[in-house]
Write a protein that binds this ligand. Structure first.
Ligand code: KG4
Ligand code: ZN
Length: 329
């Protein structure tokens, strides 16, 4: 079976071909150079650029996979969550593709695609705990079996990646903030400034696994405003340290409470090498197996959409052509 996947939920236009356990092609076109000058994604511009690129990226993906449209059995597309205008472009194109070529069709939740993305490279046994850290979402999920996910915690406000992006702006580093803060932090002292580790004290049982990063963000902004001679590198390193420690405390709690030994970390923030080192050091490899995808599968890509859509289609889970988009989960 061959499945084509489409992803256009934010500022990447991506098309991938998946067949029998392997990715035959995964074309990712990033709009970062277009949004960079605005310091963040401009939704209207994102939608317009998806419209321009999606057809040629589809042709390239099919060509690079060495197949023809006839060989494709199913179509998978991200239909939530994300920027509505961007999602509409991918969904409409994928629907037309499925309709005209008489292919099976299924919508995919972008966050679930991130959550299962480590399966593109690793065999992981169930159950596992997944920490999903992207630009729009932060969550901890207990995955008992394929398609049996229980959300344990999520963020009340800013997502982890969003905090990176906003703080990079305050530090004058540019967009997207994650890679720029990571680089800047390499020259800083992570212990220089003690920023808060929000919701980690375990006071409210409802918040055992939930996150809130807006207080951390405000604390960094206040520090920068009240210390005009601040050291950018120390602020970046201390912010990262506070955020990663918070993630580790919450993830460790979930791992202990569920007695899971398999841990998955997915989403754009999982590209961060300092994070990888910290998590690998914390979760002892004798007891735990930690699975983090390669950077190309951490940030937005259609390979993860094609992978999950393929699983759905194989279990006869289809959508009809009236499927709509949703900005939220
Ligand atoms: O998963 P993703 O590509 O898109 C969403 O679904 O949101 O994640 C993008 C986010 C951005 O906020 C970006 O700053 C962050 O991932 N990111 C990083 C790194 N690379 C990307 N954050 C920290 N360190 C990185 N190296
Ligand atoms: Zn994403």
């Amino acid at each position: 079976m061959i499945t084509i996947g489409f992803e256009s939920s934010c500022d990447e236009t991506s098309v991938a071909i998946f067949s029998e356990g392997s990715i035959l092609s995964n074309i990712v076109y990033s709009q970062i150079p277009i949004h960079e000058k605005f310091g963040g994604v401009i939704p209207e511009i994102a939608s317009r650029d998806h419209v321009k690129k999606i057809a040629t990226i589809t042709s390239t993906a099919i060509q690079e996979a060495g197949i023809t449209i006839k060989d494709i059995d199913g179509v998978a597309v991200t239909n939530k969550p994300g920027l509505v205008g961007s999602l509409v472009v991918g969904l409409s194109f994928a629907k037309s593709f499925a309709y005209y070529n008489h292919k099976k069709f299924v919508g995919v939740d972008h966050l679930k695609a991130h959550l299962y993305s480590p399966f593109l490279e690793y065999d992981i046994s169930y159950p596992f705990i997944a920490l999903t850290i992207s630009g729009g979402h932060t969550s901890i999920t207990y995955v008992k079996a394929f398609n049996d996910e229980q959300l344990l915690g999520t963020t009340y406000d800013d997502a982890a990646g969003e905090a990176f992006d906003k703080i990079a702006k305050v530090l004058g580093l540019g967009y997207p903030g994650g890679p720029l803060i990571e680089k800047c932090a390499l020259a800083g002292n992570p212990k220089a400034i003690k920023f808060p580790r929000p919701l980690t004290t375990n006071k409210n049982p409802e918040d055992l696994y939930n996150f809130s990063f807006s207080g951390l963000k405000s604390s960094v902004i206040n520090y920068v405003r009240t210390n005009p001679a601040f050291c950018k590198e120390d602020v970046a390193a201390s912010f990262q340290e506070a955020l990663f420690e918070t993630l580790i405390i919450k993830l460790n709690r979930a791992v202990k409470d569920t007695k899971c030994h398999n841990i998955v970390i997915a989403g754009g923030v999982a590209c961060n090498k300092t994070l990888k080192t910290k998590f690998n050091n914390f979760f002892n490899q004798k007891t735990y197996s930690l699975f983090i995808p390669s950077p190309k599968y951490c940030t937005d890509n259609a390979a993860m959409v094609a992978y999950l859509g393929d699983k759905y289609l194989k279990m006869a889970r289809y959508d009809d052509l009236e499927l709509g988009v949703n900005s939220r989960i």
